[in-house]
Design a protein around this ligand. Structure first.
Ligand code: ADP
Ligand code: ASP
Ligand code: MG
Length: 424
């Protein structure tokens, strides 16, 4: 008998019938004698709908109250799932994140888990119940207010609980058969990856492959939690996310150079024109952005034009933070003395990821040639040891992703299966 954490995403519990379907699946695992902790997301598009509702009531909802509102989505599905399990004769109890002992930092909308005190969860498991925990939420240790952990963060709740409870592994149930070499909705020729290392999975998640929340993978790597990503709509094996060493040991001569391609449409680009080319200016700009609590991704600074000894700096940031970044920059415009700020949210990022590229020259050339053949213009480029990312116009993102996937030799013969609708 083992202890397993299973997380079901919003697309797996989109309506009453799906909740009953998931309950039947959990009942089967329970009948095998396992101790089960379920982490559940809000039904379908509930979180987006609650967000829309808040914006109709107030253009700038207070972050504390927004968290109070958004956490109700997961609370609803947790309670409904407990009811469905009871009807199947399975003892089940639902808990909010706070009741489950998920303690976080006080940053509303993007809190981090700092500790888990799962006393009630353990007691319920000891009593033989299936425990259902509302994902995506916790309670701030300092303020005692309810917090959310960021969009898509029920994955992180699941892995954090798996670590705290010493579970054998963590299963993430979603609407595709695992992690693919690209988003199968956009690249139908994507292949399922049977096993992937934490490092590459982190790069893919950071580059926009939303199948796993980035912080969940960071957590899994730190706490050595093995994660099985699979479909709640089929019984097929999915993708195991495991320590990188395990893969290196198994590596064969034909090891793929590129693991996958990721696309991200969630970023915007800000260009600051005419920044005086002197020491400290970039520091001041990014200090202002960081004080506004905004994470940036790529940065490009051009060489100064001799005529006016000034430079232009471009960077990308989450689209949702665009307005706040513009306000933060306006506030330091006179101190720095730049000329103009340009904002562009009609962009997307394509990244190719793979540890094999460390030792294989020419990957960049293959990638860029494929984009050139599609007439795609590259606006920004950045690289890490195992990733190459480019920013392109938003209309080019899907075409460029498919072309890159084919060019680096990842295309499969059969199209990938996608079980649920696209959501929002
Ligand atoms: P859930 O509601 O289960 O949390 P998400 O919508 O957050 O599901 O994540 C699953 C989706 O992630 C898939 O439907 C797919 O469109 C998308 N996705 C993006 N990149 C990948 C990838 N590399 N492999 C699999 N799915 C991916
Ligand atoms: N319901 C939350 C969201 O839509 C969390 C999650 O699904 O993981 O972002
Ligand atoms: Mg998700």
């Amino acid at each position: 008998m083992g202890r397993i954490v299973q997380k079901f995403g919003g697309s797996s519990v989109a309506d009453a019938e799906s909740i009953k379907r998931v309950a039947r699946r959990i009942a089967r695992t329970r009948a095998d004698g396992h101790e089960i902790i379920i982490v559940i997301s809000a039904m379908g598009d509930t979180t987006d709908e609650l967000m829309d509702l808040a914006l109709k009531v107030s253009p700038r909802p207070q972050s504390r109250e927004l968290d109070m509102l958004l956490t109700t989505g997961e609370r609803q599905s947790a309670a409904l799932l407990a009811m469905a399990l009871a009807d199947l004769g399975v003892d089940a109890v639902s808990y909010t994140g706070s009741q489950a002992g998920i303690l976080t930092t006080p940053t509303h909308g993007n809190a981090r888990i700092i500790d888990i005190t799962p006393g009630r969860v353990v007691r319920s498991l000891d009593e033989g119940s299936v425990v259902i925990v509302a994902g995506f939420q916790g309670v701030a240790q300092s303020t005692k207010d309810v917090t959310t952990l960021g969009r898509g963060a029920s994955d992180t709740t699941a892995v954090a609980l798996a670590a705290a409870l010493g579970a054998d592994h963590c299963e993430i149930y979603t609407d595709v058969d695992g992690v693919y070499t690209a988003d199968p909705r956009i690249v139908p020729s994507a292949r399922r990856i049977a096993k992937i290392g934490y490092g590459e999975m982190m790069e893919l998640a950071a580059a926009g492959a939303k199948v796993l929340h980035l912080r969940c993978v960071e957590y899994a790597r730190r706490e050595k939690v093995r994660v099985h990503v699979r479909s709640s709509f089929s019984d097929k094996p999915g993708t195991w996310v495991v320590p990188q060493e395990e893969l290196t040991k198994e590596a064969t001569m034909e090891e793929a150079i590129i693991t996958g391609v990721a696309q991200d449409r969630g970023d915007a680009k800000i260009t600051i024109i005419g920044v005086p080319d002197q020491v400290g200016e970039a520091a001041a700009i990014f200090q202002a952005i960081s004080e506004a609590g905004i994470n940036i991704d790529m940065i490009v600074q051009n060489v100064s034009r001799l005529s006016d000894v000034s430079t232009d700096i471009s960077f990308t940031l989450p689209m949702d933070d665009g307005q706040r970044a513009l306000e933060a920059l306006e506030a330091i415009r006179s101190q720095i003395g730049f000329k103009e700020i340009l904002y562009d949210d009609q962009i997307g990022k394509i990244s190719i990821v793979g540890v094999g590229m460390r030792s294989h020259p020419g990957v960049t050339a293959t990638f860029f040639k494929a984009l050139a053949e599609q007439d795609v213009n590259l606006q920004m480029i950045s690289t890490s040891e195992i990733r190459i990312s480019v920013v392109v116009g938003s209309d080019d993102v899907d075409r460029a992703g498919r072309a890159a996937h084919a060019a680096v030799g990842l295309d499969a013969d059969d199209p990938a299966l996608v079980y649920a609708g696209p959501g929002r």
